[in-house]
Write a protein that binds this ligand. Sequence first.
Ligand SMILES: C[S@@+](CC[C@H](N)C(=O)[O-])C[C@H]1O[C@@H](n2cnc3c(N)ncnc32)[C@H](O)[C@@H]1O
Length: 279
Amino acid sequence: MVVTLERIYSKEEIINTDFSNLVSIVREPNMCSGGIETIRVIIRESNLRHDASILEIGSNTGFSSLEFASTLPHAKVTGIDINKQSVAFSKAKAEEHGIKNVEFIQSDARTLPFEDHSFDLVFCSNVTSFINDRDSAISEYLRVLKPNGVLAAAPIYYREIPPFHIKKSVEEAIHSNIDVWDKSFWEETFEDHGLKPYFTEDFKYLESTREEIEQYISMVMSQEHLSTVDPDIKKAMENRLRYFYELFDKNLTYCGFSIMLYKFKPINPEPILHKSCRV
Ligand SMILES: C[S@@+](CC[C@H](N)C(=O)[O-])C[C@H]1O[C@@H](n2cnc3c(N)ncnc32)[C@H](O)[C@@H]1O
């Protein structure tokens, strides 16, 4: 079943749209940093029960939630996103693939519609930086996390200071301010919320070639739901996509991301007098 576009967009709207909205219109796969490998690492390192309850914040077009749900068929996966179209598309994708242990809900990360302590794992990839009131969002992630649950984050951050014009353009593209955050920004933010890291793996990005960017654009634009779009509007979508991909690819050469797994700080402090090591 093809979910058609919600409505007809004008050229003007496409030229001025931000990245998240364009992604929801063209339905770019928009995966978390590191793609499937990131999901595998999280599943492996978080030691989940087979029937775990998993929440993804900012599930966008459903990539990570569908990956969790298909890899862990007894788990119950929920993806939330503020964008209505992304949620509708994710639902259709789950139906198309016959994945029944996932649901998608339109919600704001800052006011989650769940009871306290509902989830074994809360996953937030590249979403918290899109939310200006980040502390409220993180407090909500932790409110719905079970006391022994895992917060899995995969944030993008700067490893080198980018040129000012690139940072400025990215801020416009994502409609959020960037305070040139490095990895320690995220570490301090999560620790300030009472969390303690138990696993971290760091990555840097590799620059894409022009051909790779063009191939990716062709793949996105050849999707069936775009086949009936007016050629002029379609060209505007393609150009806007190219603008974002080239900008982000350049920006990411200054960036890295980490897979960070956190638990709540233990009740007992840990000063050890009689230390030990593995033999
Ligand atoms: C770049 S995409 C990230 C998608 C993918 N999950 C990832 O990690 O790469 C950011 C997503 O966050 C969503 N988003 C932005 N603000 C949000 C909010 N306040 N609550 C829920 N989702 C939000 C956007 O709609 C978009 O789908």
